[in-house]
Design a protein around this ligand. Structure first.
Ligand SMILES: Cc1cc2nc3c(=O)[nH]c(=O)nc-3n(C[C@H](O)[C@H](O)[C@H](O)COP(=O)(O)O)c2cc1C
Length: 373
């Protein structure tokens, strides 16, 4: 506990000021390079585990046939090129998302394309799916043995060549089939707010066509959808109706928001040159209400993963009580440091004990059960 406090202070007063005075993308790349290096050696991995990780049997779950040591995952977009798979288990994560990976290598949008909004506890993200592409990432991972579940997020290559619907579908399929033997489950990202041509597969007819094609790919691995944060409940219901006709096992709620007028955003932090989706605190309520709505609609028929604005154990717990079996984050860790992952897990175990839950699955959706008790 003392070590965690010390680490929190160290991050807040040493690392964060250093990082937050540098270009956000440079910082992101540097952290990935350092993380990859630390993951290579037993001693650095053991040190990371001692400093960050927290384990408790009440947090372990088997979902869709996959064992998750705890419910806290690294969300899509942090480990874009799968360089952190060795260190993340020792940072204390219960699973990791890699990508989003696209069929073809993707340089992403023109720089600058990442900005911090410290007072709003948010980032403005305009990466445009920068990644090394499915072939290279597959090559990087094909011999890896993973120590926590790895989900592979697949997106459509960002460019004019994938805008036409059938070209877009074939591109998703190529990325999916190339990565098929990597990891434990797949997420089809239909909600990147920063790609050429928008988010065409958030439309139910197009989504139906996409999933019809993906159904033809033989695999036993579960498949989830990453959903946009700004959907109305009716729009989400229409997507769920499409999912019901296909091989889909769950959904991640949700991606970045494009609503620049969210009340959580300190407007003076926004500059006219910033563009893209917003992460962190401004996505929290959007995600929570989508989770609650989806859970009431589908119960445990689909696995729900909650993403958006997790900075504290209370934030993660809220998503779980609203119906998420797993949660994931990036912005919270950027603002608070890697020790946050252990703090979240420890805090969750304490909150569950406070509320009389012996196991995390008793807490999932409990906000609604209480309501009707
Ligand atoms: C720098 C950055 C890059 C992201 N890239 C992706 C991505 O490639 N694919 C994706 O599905 N979501 C991406 N996201 C969205 C996150 O996965 C997540 O849904 C969102 O940031 C909310 O979580 P957070 O508030 O914990 O960051 C990205 C987010 C950030 C901050």
């Amino acid at each position: 506990m003392f070590a965690t406090k010390l680490q929190r202070l160290g991050y807040r007063h040493l690392c964060k000021p250093f990082f937050f005075h540098r270009d956000p993308e440079w910082t992101h790349d540097t952290v990935c390079t350092v993380g990859e290096y630390l993951g290579r050696y037993k001693t650095t991995r053991a040190f990371a585990r001692k400093m960050c990780a927290y384990e408790h049997s009440c947090l372990q779950q088997t979902l869709l046939g996959i064992f998750f040591p705890n419910p806290i995952g690294l969300t899509e977009g942090f480990d874009k090129n799968a360089r952190l798979t060795r260190i993340l288990p020792d940072v204390g994560f219960g699973y990791e998302m890699i990508g989003s990976v696209t069929a073809e290598p993707c340089e992403g949008n023109a720089k600058p394309r990442l900005w911090r909004l410290p007072k709003s506890r948010a980032l403005v993200v305009y990466y445009g799916l920068k990644n090394d592409g499915a072939d290279e990432i597959h090559h990087r991972l094909e011999k890896e043995r993973f120590h926590i579940p790895v989900g592979v997020s697949i997106a459509k290559t960002n460019g004019p060549q994938t805008v036409e619907m059938s070209a877009g579908i074939q591109d998703y399929k190529k990325g999916f089939t190339t990565m098929l033997d990597i990891g434990h489950f797949f997420v089809i990202n239909i909600s990147c707010p920063n790609a050429f041509g928008g988010e065409p597969f958030s439309d139910p007819v197009r989504l139906d066509a996409l999933l019809t094609e993906l159904d033809t790919v033989e695999t036993k691995k579960p498949l989830l959808l990453k959903i946009a944060a700004d959907l109305s409940f009716e729009e989400l219901d229409r997507l769920i109706a499409v999912m019901d006709n296909h091989r889909v096992h769950g959904m991640i709620l949700a991606n970045l928001t494009k609503k620049y007028d969210r009340p959580e955003i300190v407007q003076t932090e926004l500059q006219s040159f910033m563009k893209g989706g917003i992460s962190g605190r401004p996505t929290s309520e959007l995600s929570n209400s989508l989770i609650a709505h989806a859970y009431l609609e589908v119960g445990d028929r689909y696995l729900i993963i909650g993403a958006g604005g997790i900075f504290t154990a209370e934030d993660a717990y809220e998503k779980i009580c609203q119906g998420a079996s797993l949660v994931q984050l990036a912005t919270g860790m950027i603002f608070e440091g890697p020790q946050l992952i252990g703090e979240l897990n420890k805090g969750l175990a304490e909150l569950m004990q406070r509320d009389g839950f012996k196991h995390i699955q008793e807490a999932v959706g409990s906000a609604h059960k209480k309501q009707y008790a």
